[in-house]
Design a protein around this ligand. Sequence first.
Ligand code: BV8
Length: 266
Amino acid sequence: MTTDPETIGMVAGWLHEARSVVVLTGAGVSAESGLPTFRDPEVGLWAEYDPMELATIGAFERDPELVTRWYHWRFTKSRDVRPNPGHDALARLEALLNALAPGGAPPFTLITQNIDGLHQRAGSRRVVELHGSFHRWRCTRTGREKDLADLSFERFPVVSDAGGLMRPCVVWFGETLPPEALEASFDALARCDLFLSVGTSATVHPAAGLIEIARAAGARTVEINKDPTANTDAVDAAIGGLSGSVLPDLLRRMDELASGAPARDT
Ligand code: BV8
């Protein structure tokens, strides 16, 4: 892993030349906004719980109040924080690539494992929420969905109009991913020439396997992560650092290339 300017410059050049970029993000991208990742030790009330245990249908069935409180706590934390420069850089990258390649298949797809909605708040448009979102909840009895904003959390768990319970529209361990999210991901990966994995430990499947699909499609692969992962030795460029600093750096280098380099043929 490195943060040497040469590697940053090389990756910025790959971004500048890329025709179709896919970025996969994980909890690390939201960490600098103040949201805990899955594997950072929790503080306070949630320190005694393992997120991997709580993010399961079994935990919800055993203790719906506890799991509902956990998601409501995570939502209130996300509501009280702001997207960080890493989120902003990804939104700007999308706008830049769209401007360079108007029309045709979208040149940028952001696949996120995060359920906090911070990418959308930063202005990202083409966001595939692989693991759903806690901004949408559904009735366990009817499946009818509601925006979190339309729910009352005066009592936990939240009883639905049909007398069932409301659960977040997120993918719990042991549950299958939304088919439309998988399809959008596979479609983007099949035609991408550059894949960036940012702020993820690459431990949760099938998200962790998406890099293989990109590689099989002939894409160059890049990892931007605070710590090494199982992918670090296999990617074409591994940048060890904080996404809130590295991503803006890459955009600055792209701007230099764009101002100095001849216009790209679209
Ligand atoms: C499924 C939503 C069919 C809820 C989540 C194949 C092999 C092994 C296991 C499996 C497999 N296929 C399926 C499984 C089982 C399981 C799985 O993957 N288990 C693993 C953990 C052993 N997968 C599933 O169950 C999936 N369903 O496949 O259905 C099936 C079912 C059963 C059996 C077979 C097939 C569903 C998985 C989705 C679970 N839901 N989230 C919620 O959020 O509450 S996963 C959840 O954990 C997150 O969404 C995220 O995906 C994951 C945590 O990963 P990260 O985002 O990477 O976060 P983490 O904390 O781990 O890492 C953060 C990284 O950031 C660190 O590396 C750190 O260094 C870095 N970092 C920190 N700060 C910064 C930074 N980097 C840069 N800058 C910074 N500032």
